[in-house]
Design a protein around this ligand. Structure first.
Ligand code: HEM
Length: 91
C-alpha cells in the first residue's frame, strides 16, 4: 500500500476508534451511571453533564457511525456503484 493510502486508512481508523470509544463510554454512562436521572434518589449529572447531554453525544456519535460515514462512503464511490449496477443488468 502506498504512503498516502496508509495515511488515509490511518485517519479512518482514528475516526472509527474515537467514535467507538465515545459511543461505548456514553452508552455505558446512560445504561449504568444515570439510567433514570432526575427521579429523586439517583444522580442527575455525571462529569458535569446532565442526562440529556449524554444522550445528545451518544445519539450524534452513533448517527455519525451508522448514517453519515456510510453516506460519505457511498458518495465517494457512487461511480463504482453505478458502473457495477449497469454491468449487472446488461447481461
Ligand atoms: C454502534 C452502537 C450504538 C448505536 C448506533 C447506539 C444508538 C443509540 C440511539 C440512537 C439511542 C437513542 C438516544 C435517544 O434517545 O436520543 C440509544 C440509546 C441508548 N443506548 Fe445506545 N447505541 C450504541 C451503543 C450502545 C452501547 C455500547 C451501550 C451501552 C453499553 C448503549 C446504551 C444505550 C442506552 C442505555 C440508551 C438509552 C438511553 C435512555 O434513553 O435512557 N448504546 N443508543
Amino acid at each position: 500500500m502506498s504512503l498516502s493510502g496508509k495515511l488515509v486508512l490511518n485517519y479512518i481508523i482514528i475516526i472509527l476508534i474515537v467514535l467507538g470509544v465515545l459511543i461505548l463510554f456514553t452508552g455505558i454512562t446512560l445504561w449504568l451511571i444515570i439510567p433514570s436521572a432526575g427521579k429523586g434518589h439517583v444522580v442527575s449529572t455525571f462529569l458535569g453533564l446532565k442526562k440529556h447531554s449524554w444522550k445528545d453525544i451518544h445519539r450524534y456519535t452513533a448517527l455519525c457511525l451508522v448514517k453519515y460515514l456510510p453516506l460519505i462512503h457511498v458518495a465517494l464511490n457512487y461511480k463504482w456503484i453505478l458502473h457495477t449496477t449497469k454491468r449487472l443488468f446488461k447481461k
